[in-house]
Design a protein around this ligand. Structure first.
Ligand code: ASP
Length: 311
């Protein structure tokens, strides 16, 4: 039987074991395990990589532990503006949305952009109008509100900084952007990423997550990648596509290409974070240069891991 694989992340950053209680650790690993199981169930039934990554990301968006969908961080004006992207490595089709408000599952909106529009990337009010026309569910502000996120905004505003959600403002409060990559039994691969972005972001700031080639990329010839970290340097490094280029033009393996980008190239731009990736043979890699990354990987050959810290 062909190898099929899914990997997920819930954000990377300064995530230290000594700062997380056993209860918090259990909550994160349970949530990650559930998302992994939800995505893997699609692959087991012979479903596509696209449906597997969508499903896993929806699962993570629906939990307020992570900075995506419910639980998204606050922008400077006190609103929650979410970004998401999905890419199908078989067709190179992609869909993305940025700065959308009140959308229950931004990844579903990105998927609908990919499958039901002539476009790749919609933003703000236009994306919300497209959502209404396609019966995408909305939720009121209260659904997305968490007092922890609001507290993070107040602290970031006091410092006059834009902050990563997993940065230890309050040492027991860290959350993350979410993403998934998968290889299905037919050898097709896909990537999806969803985020609330960075706390206290201003002026309609958009990060790397919804930008095809930066935070999200998939191509059956090379890899499917979902990134997490400080978006600005990830954009400047065209990070996800850089991994693909190293594989396509330099014949590097998935693992070697990801390691080179995360440990050699990103640090040159002071970029802290990580990424998950798969190739069309079902290999997976989860690589980060930060203290930790919420993550999980599962395949049909018995691999099943959920981890948070550096091993
Ligand atoms: N990359 C995201 C952004 O800059 C943040 C994250 O990964 O947590 O918007």
């Amino acid at each position: 039987m062909a190898k099929f694989t899914i990997a997920i992340h819930g954000g990377a950053g300064t995530i230290l074991k000594k700062e997380i209680t056993p209860e918090q650790e259990k909550a994160y690993t349970t949530a990650l395990g559930q998302a992994l199981a939800d995505g893997f169930a699609i692959l087991e039934k012979g479903g596509t990589a696209v449906d597997a990554v969508r499903t896993a990301v929806v699962s993570l968006e629906n939990i307020d532990l992570f900075n995506a969908g419910k639980g998204s961080v606050f922008a400077n004006e006190g609103s929650q503006e979410m970004d998401a992207a999905i890419m199908d490595g078989q067709t190179l089709k992609a869909g993305a949305v940025a700065a959308v408000k009140n959308i229950r599952n931004p990844i579903e909106l990105a998927y609908t952009v990919m499958t039901q529009s002539d476009h790749v990337f919609l933003n703000g009010r236009g994306a919300e109008e497209f959502a209404r026309q396609n019966a995408i569910p909305f939720e009121p502000d209260e659904y997305f509100f968490t007092s922890l996120r609001y507290e993070q905004l107040k602290q970031a505003q006091e410092k006059g900084e834009m902050m990563l959600d997993h940065r230890p403002l309050n040492h027991d409060k860290k959350f993350g952007t979410v993403g998934a990559v998968a290889c299905d039994a037919s050898g097709n691969i896909a990537a999806a990423t969803s985020t609330g972005g960075m706390t206290n972001k201003k002026f309609g700031r958009i990060g790397d997550s919804p930008l095809i080639g930066c935070g999200t990329y998939a191509n059956n010839k090379t890899c499917a990648i979902s990134c997490t970290g400080h978006g600005e340097p990830f954009i400047r490094a065209v990070t996800a596509y850089d991994v693909s280029c190293l594989m396509e033009y330099k014949n590097l393996s998935l693992q070697d290409a990801m390691r080179f980008v995360v440990h050699d190239k990103l640090p040159q731009l002071d970029a802290e974070g990580g990424m998950i990736g798969v190739d069309a043979q079902g290999h997976a890699a989860l690589v980060f240069n930060s203290e930790g990354m919420y993550r999980g990987v599962k395949n049909n050959k018995g691999l099943h891991e959920v981890s948070i810290y550096k091993s």
